[in-house]
Design a binder for this molecule. Structure first.
Ligand code: RIB
Ligand code: CA
Length: 311
């Protein structure tokens, strides 16, 4: 099996945690490191949560870095109402002993990409602050980026505002830097992740796996998404970030279309909005691949299979 080198940049966060569990249970992915960023909760918690998940998964081999504690320009906006005060609402894990790497996450990203023997995929699950900071500091690293697969953006409807998705709202300037690079990007926006809902039947499917790990996933997902359901009128909680890992593992679970994507960075009314223009696709070398449809049942089957898999 050729293993795909991946760096995961994330802001755990309940759905980030499920995505990390899925990724850490997938031998197809050669996870080089986890880099954390401020987002759902402050950096001190996102880095702690990532270390706790790695320990839970017995993945002491995966280094965890702390990246940027705030967006490039804006003040930090967090989402404790969605993820709880710790960021991992629903579970209590031991204080992590897996060390936080001393090097800053942005320095790690630059060095890892500069020294890469093969192109690396960046899987981004949070605000794009670290990625943008690395690109600004050392644009040459883009030559070693295979592609960026991101959870972020909204084509038709936002979540934190009527038009903006949380990750791009928190750091729209970072989003603009990343989309302007022209590297291959696959954007899993709310338009697909809002199709991947944690129904009671799917939760029961995960519970039926019957392992400690599957129970952790169920304990995370049970309280998750109440606020999304109330504020967005969704029937059940959307499973955002695991869609990124599912795309890496089984891209055929999705369909995509090419488009130019630009991020609103000025208007207070539409800050963080991703403007998706398919008509510009043919003018671009690497149009952004915007996910259009998703096999939601297939996503949960994949998650269930990986939770049940004997490693
Ligand atoms: O808008 C949903 C995204 O914002 C997810 O990545 C969630 O974890 C938060 O970071
Ligand atoms: Ca996230």
């Amino acid at each position: 099996m050729t293993r795909r080198p991946v760096i995961i940049d994330c802001d755990p966060g309940v759905d980030d945690a499920i995505a990390l569990i899925l990724a850490l249970r997938s031998p197809e992915l050669d996870i080089q490191a986890i880099v954390t960023v401020a987002g759902n909760v402050p950096l001190a918690l996102t880095q702690r949560n990532a270390r706790q998940i790695c320990e839970l998964m017995d993945r002491w081999d995966v280094p965890v870095y702390g990246g940027c504690p705030r967006p490039l320009v804006r003040s930090l906006v967090t989402a404790e109402a969605v993820h709880g005060t710790t960021g991992l609402n629903g579970i209590t894990l031991p204080e992590p002993t897996l060390p936080l790497q001393e090097r800053h996450g942005v320095s790690y990203l630059i060095e890892a990409l500069q020294n890469a023997s093969a192109p690396i995929t960046l899987a981004t699950l949070g605000p794009l602050t670290n990625i943008a900071a690395a690109i600004i500091q050392c644009p040459q690293i883009l030559d070693s980026v295979a592609e960026i697969v991101m959870m972020g953006g909204a084509v038709t409807r936002g979540n934190i505002t009527p038009v903006a998705e949380f990750n791009l709202y928190v750091d729209p300037h970072a989003g603009r830097v990343v989309f302007e690079t022209g590297v291959p990007i696959t954007m899993l926006s709310l338009d697909v992740t809002h199709q991947v809902l944690t129904t009671p039947e799917r939760l029961a499917q995960l519970r039926a796996v019957g392992t400690d790990l599957s129970q952790v996933a169920v304990d995370l997902l049970t309280p998750y998404g109440v606020s999304d359901r109330e504020t967005l009128g969704l029937a059940d909680a959307p499973l955002h970030d695991p869609c990124v890992i599912a795309y890496l593992l089984q891209p055929d679970l999705f369909t995509t279309y090419g488009a130019e994507v630009t991020v609103e960075t000025d208007s207070p009314l539409t800050l963080g909005q991703t403007v998706v223009n398919p008509r510009r696709a043919k003018a671009l070398t690497h149009p952004v691949q915007v996910a259009d449809t998703v096999d939601a049942a297939g996503i949960y089957q994949l998650l269930q299979d990986r939770l049940a898999m004997r490693l």
